[in-house]
Write a protein that binds this ligand. Sequence first.
Ligand code: NAD
Ligand code: ZN
Length: 409
Amino acid sequence: MRAVVYKGKDKVAVEEVSDPKIEMPTDAIVKVTTAAICGSDLHMYEDRSSAKPGCVFGHENMGVVEEIGPGVTSIKKGDRVVLPFNIACGFCFNCTRGYTSACLTMNPKVAGAGYGYADMGPYRGGQAEYLRVPYVDFNALKLPGTPGDQHEDDFVLLADIFPTGWHAAVLAGVKSGDSVGIFGAGPVGLLAAHSCFLMGAAEVYLVDRAPDRLQRAQKIGAVPIDFSKGDPVKQIKEHRKSNKQLQEALREGEREKLTGVNCAIDAVGYQAQSGQDPKKEDPMQTIKWATQVLNPTGGLGLIGVYFPGDPGGPDEKAKQGIYEVPLGELWTKGISIGQGQAPVKKYNAYLRDLIIAGRAKPDFIVSHRLPLSEAPHAYEQFDKRGVDGGEAWTKVLLKPELDRASKAA
Ligand code: NAD
Ligand code: ZN
């Protein structure tokens, strides 16, 4: 079969690799219909992780079950499924408590396993024609409909980005009526905003400097904040101050101390651009801004990734994943902090049902739908956040189906 293979810094190729096989009686082989490229893949692509050449990328996968092992009981050949990016056994101490993101049995090295990802175990990714899925009874989420229908691009986002955005809001403690500041308007930040509104947030601010991403934010009712135009903390506070009704509803004391937001989400991670000089990285930039903009007793969700090792980190400490955090201000304000990988399985069935009911429509983030063979070009452009024919590269879906169709024609 053909698959997207990492070739070293800034390079992937679509190559012939061996077909996946049933290795355990509980496995299935899925014929991939759509596999997305994630912002997380770019950390590996840019050689900012421990991923080694030869790795088959792709952890956002959906398709149709092609073959099942003799121990599979509830999934059949022909079922349409989406796979959480976390690979989990379902029976260990963490899985049974819902922490499928920290499964204890699927990865010999650390807690948590995934498809085609650095340090996430020996599993190949699904930016390929076929994918081996361990413990398919537990891991697969069944989907209605047929491949390529009106929900194909919504459903593939259930593998990672939509549940991840939802989890970010949970980590930040978002409840109905809350005000939320989100840093990073990539796919994760945008779907965190969508999730906040579904949870009933009153106000959502989305901070980035990419005009097309800020436009997508505005379209779903968030307030876009462009950090290339000045300190985003000041901009959010000024926006709230200019809301006369909001100010009128506050007492003295409240007016001076509730100048920011109740919840903040970091949807950028360790490769954050510096606010002073966007050509430079400042891994703590978004955490610093979030700390400043949070009201006392607020919640902070860190969904953007921070790795224990970063070969390209700006200094020696950053290379080991050690950073300076404004702990004094966070502590004094009594901020609750949540972080880590999203346990996709905790949310994906509910989010699927929101899509089926027509209440959630996550595919507004998708910019490109391409054949698998165009992956090298897609990685290059997505990494540059390029623009082509007026459409900026926000979320790219690879569709092996399109290669099959063009071969048949
Ligand atoms: P992305 O790279 O497409 O988006 C990041 C956005 O952040 C970009 O639009 C960029 O312009 C913006 N940005 C850069 N510096 C900024 C700053 N200082 N302030 C505000 N915005 C800034 O990536 P994505 O797919 O949206 O993913 C975002 C992060 O979430 C990545 O770190 C990714 O690895 C991580 N992620 C985590 C999980 C999880 O389970 N925790 C799952 C998926 C992705
Ligand atoms: Zn992802």
